[in-house]
Write a new protein. Structure first.
Length: 165
């Protein structure tokens, strides 16, 4: 008797080292020390591999994105984002935002995926993205639809977040 096996290739989010350093540094600066900040990560997907090529910070799409203290993106911000994807030929491979404390998803994070598409990745950096950040403190979540997520971060992070030269 044959056994059916559902196999999903595991997602890998790849950064060039300089791009990762810039991301963490800018996210921290954009918190101004007291509110969340975040960005869409644009790039290319081939198989399991997602390579980040471009960073689009939320406040560059909507200057009011951080006004409540937590990230709130209005629907109108997405038009310019899709324009950017079209003109660059890139797609949104993940999003990232920072928390003041730990990098666990809040109820709002779970219920409001930035991109409500299965396998979308949402990363959370702890402590206002203040460097240095320990890898096991970083949250990475894969969207599974219907407000369900799979955690790929914390102790699993090294298999999913790859920072290259
Ligand atoms: Zn959050």
């Amino acid at each position: 008797m044959e056994v059916a096996v559902l196999w999903l290739p595991k997602s890998e989010l790849h950064f060039r080292a300089a791009e990762w350093v810039r991301l963490v540094d800018e996210l921290h600066q954009r918190t101004q020390g007291y509110h969340e900040s975040g960005a869409f990560l644009l790039g290319r997907i081939s198989g399991r591999r997602r390579l980040v090529e471009e960073i689009v910070f939320y406040d560059d799409l909507d200057s009011a994105a951080y006004d409540t203290g937590v990230v709130v993106m209005r629907a109108a911000s997405f038009g310019p984002l899709w324009d950017r994807c079209r003109s660059s030929g890139l797609q949104v491979v993940a999003d990232v935002h920072v928390h003041g404390g730990s990098a666990r998803q809040s109820l709002a994070d779970k219920q409001n995926p930035m991109i409500a598409q299965k396998r979308h990745l949402a990363m959370i950096l702890p402590s206002m993205a203040r460097a240095p950040i320990a890898g096991d403190q970083i949250g990475l979540y894969e969207y599974r639809g219907r407000h369900r997520w799979k955690s790929l971060g914390h102790n699993r992070l090294s298999s999913h977040l790859i920072i290259g030269p």
